[in-house]
Design a protein around this ligand. Structure first.
Ligand SMILES: [Fe+2]
Length: 347
């Protein structure tokens, strides 16, 4: 067991039954946050387009500097009158380049502050990381549902058993902690059947391994900072930012920093996204559709799923605050604070 330092030790709340049954992950549109809208390497002189909550983001570079605008740069002058509050009438979104991503602000541009960027301790600030670590996958589901799927790491035991491993172990402990802006789920498993991918290409000969996975979720942006550690085996620190394209789609420009692991595992591990994504999508795609339909019970959520319940609750708290017009970050929440310890990187 690796105890995780406590952040905000509120007593576990009894989550209202109404929220559990009314959870609609297709409707969250949380503002005033940085979104990693693209891998840095995908942005050059020629504009590309990304979408955040149905709002268009054109991205390009001028003299190497990233630009993000509501319209194609050639049309920007002509459409100046049509610019929205998201760019304060300028047409340009606040933009920062960090960790190998272009981060653009979604919300009131006056509230944009680089201090609100998430801290990602395992990615180089200047983004200097090999291209094989970066992949793009898409899900036919809203971002919140995609995140919820990731929180429930036990799903990997049956859905991804062929790559990550089955559910057989001596002990399996799941913990959750949170702030008003983040939820952190830690799963610690002792003596688990070794992950097949580590046997095939990782040179791990043992039949069993200990496993700990920390998932740190930024609620507004769906940026998931994930730190799985396998012993014997390797750390597979990864970033999974679920860009909320719309109610039916999220885009995930992932980075798997396997640079410290030996070859060929180092190269193969980031590519298993292409095996895992269709497995996840086969679950979230039909599930997403259910939230558009009126039915008695739209999911099989159990209140004993503590991290999932906490995620739903914290999302709803944040959404409720924003519905009241409060977009400020709470005093308990610093998105940019150092999370190396929280992720268990120093152990
Ligand atoms: Fe999955």
């Amino acid at each position: 067991m690796h105890p995780v330092p406590a952040l905000s030790n509120a007593q576990p709340l009894d989550i209202p039954r109404k929220l559990r049954s009314d959870w609609t992950p297709i409707n969250y549109d949380l503002r005033d946050a940085w979104f990693p809208v693209s891998h840095s390497r995908d942005v050059g002189a020629r504009p590309i387009r990304r979408i955040v909550h149905s709002q268009p983001y054109y991205l390009w570079r001028e003299n190497g500097q990233p630009k993000a605008a509501e319209f194609h740069p050639e049309r920007l002058q002509a459409l100046r009158q049509a610019t929205s509050a998201f760019t304060g009438g300028s047409g340009f979104y606040p933009v920062v380049e960090r960790y190998g991503y272009i981060w653009a602000w979604y919300g009131n541009p006056d509230a944009a502050d680089a201090l609100l960027l998430p801290h990602i301790p395992f990615l180089p600030i200047d983004g200097d990381i090999p291209g094989y670590t970066q992949r793009t996958v898409r899900f036919d589901a809203s971002s919140a549902l995609s995140v919820e799927n990731l929180i429930d790491l036990t799903h990997a035991d049956f859905l991804h058993a062929n790559t990550i491993g089955d559910g057989i172990s001596d002990s399996d402990v799941v913990e959750v902690e949170w702030t008003s802006e983040t939820v952190t789920r830690t799963r610690t498993v002792a003596h688990k059947s070794v992950a097949p991918i580590m046997r095939w290409v990782g040179g791990v000969r043992a039949k069993f391994q200990d496993f700990r996975a920390v998932l740190h979720i930024h609620l507004r942006s769906n940026v998931c900072v994930s730190y799985p550690r396998f012993r014997p085996g390797y750390d597979v620190p990864n970033l999974q930012p679920f860009l909320p394209v719309g109610k039916y789609r999220s885009r995930c420009d992932v980075t798997f920093n396997t640079t410290a692991a030996p070859a060929p595992f180092r190269y193969v591990m980031p590519r298993i996204n292409y095996i895992i994504q269709p497995q996840d999508n086969s679950v979230v795609r039909p599930q997403n559709q259910r939230y558009f339909e009126q039915s008695e019970r739209r999911d099989m959520h159990s209140r004993f799923d503590t991290p999932g319940t906490r995620y739903r609750y914290q999302m709803e708290q944040l959404a409720e605050r924003q519905r009241q017009g409060d977009f400020a970050y709470g005093s308990d929440a610093e998105p940019g604070r150092d999370i190396s310890k929280l992720l268990g990187m120093d152990d």
